[in-house]
Design a protein around this ligand. Structure first.
Ligand SMILES: [Zn+2]
Length: 121
């Protein structure tokens, strides 16, 4: 397990729900559950625990998008405050849930590329 792992390729594959090792098998079963091992190359993907890392990065990305969305939305459309609040809440919720899956895939692949598996500490 000392071979060099290609980080960029792994992260690209992980982002799109593919096994970071072979690019063939699926990374997730269901919405966010990582498969115990790859169905194609049998890489033990379940041992790479993302914990709350993906949630942190997703919140950061969404927040950085939310700030200009509030600013430009307010200036350009002069919306009713309550309507604006409701529209943004729905948009942000959907965006967060969609992004979370991509970010978690990339995160698990990053852990895989660095061989950061769960050591049961
Ligand atoms: Zn695989």
């Amino acid at each position: 397990m000392s071979e060099e792992r290609d980080r960029k390729t792994a992260i690209w594959r992980g982002t799109f729900n593919r096994c970071p090792n072979c690019g063939e098998g699926r990374l997730f079963t269901g919405y966010l559950q990582v498969v115990p091992e790859c169905g194609h190359c049998h890489e033990p993907l379940g041992t790479y625990r993302a914990a709350d890392g993906p949630a942190f990065f997703t919140m950061t990305i969404v927040m950085l998008l939310l700030i200009p969305a509030i600013g430009f939305g307010w200036v350009l459309f002069k919306p009713d405050p309550l309507t604006f609040f409701v529209v943004l809440t729905v948009l942000i919720s959907v965006l967060t849930l969609v992004l979370l899956r991509f970010v978690k895939g990339a995160f698990v692949a990053y852990l895989w590329a660095h061989n950061e598996r769960d050591r049961g500490a």
